[in-house]
Design a protein around this ligand. Structure first.
Ligand code: 2E4
Ligand code: SF4
Length: 320
């Protein structure tokens, strides 16, 4: 039988999907389940992906939005990869809860940076998205009046900084590399003495995934980012594709979310995945295209990643 499906070239971005911080955060929940037994409470989605959350729920994890939804007693509470305000571990200590921190070490690095600048008397400018849990956590490292949040260049123009006050900036880890460069440049123009991070706060995984999309997007009729709508880094990948000239750039959680009419007549499709999206969902989406097209997959690699973060000490034995 001849295959009558139209041909489709899939350019598969590499790196894509899980980063070292996400692998560690999921492993923390698994190791806590092993060491303490279910239930293990998790404050906020451990990473922004329903599939991951549902899989952990089946193993005995219980997800809550706030610490006060977790009961008193021996069940541990894990803080999500996005980090938490200082008030959260403080409240856990006050209640004698077993608190386990799955904050990505690269988010914790930003927390410590902000703290050091604050101790040196600097006012902190945080570049990030208002209301995102990582931003709430980073702002919550310091007193309310110690951090000013900016999202755009226009926000920089509106900043109200007391005369003679020293400044430092830090950022959310999952921002658009290009948009952030513009905001940083506006900050440096207005406040030439502002202190910068030693090493960029946008993490290696965010940077590499955006770079790979930039490489493939100009060659694609459409691009799919596998990831959740509440995932900041995944949203940024979709924007990068759109700005790189991709006519159809969509963020898709599962194959059932694909609006097939948007993809009719395409010859080349880019595929990537946000840092919180498991590879099994990438496979699911490629298979769905395979049912409609004669698919040929080519991996386009723009960086090698070998970052690994060990588990928190108290869980290392349980994981072995
Ligand atoms: C922590 C920090 O921050 P974002 O919304 O992109 O989180 P997500 O859970 O989608 O990705 C993992 C992650 C966690 C990224 N940075
Ligand atoms: Fe950590 Fe970066 Fe992954 Fe966020 S995207 S969890 S900061 S490695």
């Amino acid at each position: 039988m001849t295959d009558t499906k139209p041909p489709l070239k899939i350019l598969l971005c590499a790196p894509r999907g899980f980063c070292a911080g996400v692998v560690r955060a999921i492993d923390v929940v698994e190791a806590a389940l092993k060491r303490f037994g279910p239930p293990v409470y998790v404050r906020h989605e451990i990473v922004h992906n329903r599939y991951v959350v549902d899989a952990l729920k089946r193993k005995g994890a219980v997800f809550v939005e706030e610490l006060d939804e977790a009961p008193d007693g021996d069940a541990p509470v894990v803080f999500s990869a996005h980090g938490v305000a200082k008030s959260v571990p403080a409240a856990a200590r006050a209640r004698n809860l077993i608190a386990i921190d799955a904050t990505c070490p690269l988010v914790t690095k930003v927390h410590r940076e902000a703290e050091i600048h604050h101790r040196r008397g600097r006012l902190i400018v945080l570049i990030g998205h208002a209301g995102h849990p990582e931003v709430v956590g980073t702002m919550g490292q310091l007193p309310d009046d110690a951090v000013l949040l900016v999202e755009t260049e226009a926000d920089v123009a509106r900043l109200d900084v007391p005369e003679g006050r020293e400044l430092a900036y830090v950022t959310q880890t999952t921002l658009s590399v290009d948009d952030t460069a513009a905001v940083v440049s506006a900050l440096k123009t207005r406040f030439p003495a502002i202190a910068s991070p030693h090493k960029e706060d946008i993490c290696y995984a965010t940077t590499n995934r955006q770079e790979a999309v930039k490489r493939v997007a100009p060659d694609c009729d459409a691009l799919i980012v596998v990831g959740a709508a509440n995932s900041s880094n995944s949203q940024r990948l979709r924007e990068v594709a759109e700005r790189a000239g991709c006519r159809v750039a969509r963020l898709v959680a599962r194959a059932t979310d694909i609006e097939w009419n948007e993809f009719s007549g395409i010859r080349t499709l880019g595929v990537t995945a946000g840092a919180s999206a498991p590879e099994v969902l990438v496979d699911e989406i490629i298979d769905a295209f395979g049912e409609r097209y004669a698919v040929e997959v080519e991996t386009v690699s723009t960086a090698d990643e070998s970052v690994f973060f060990p588990l928190p000490r108290e869980l290392r034995e349980a994981a072995e």
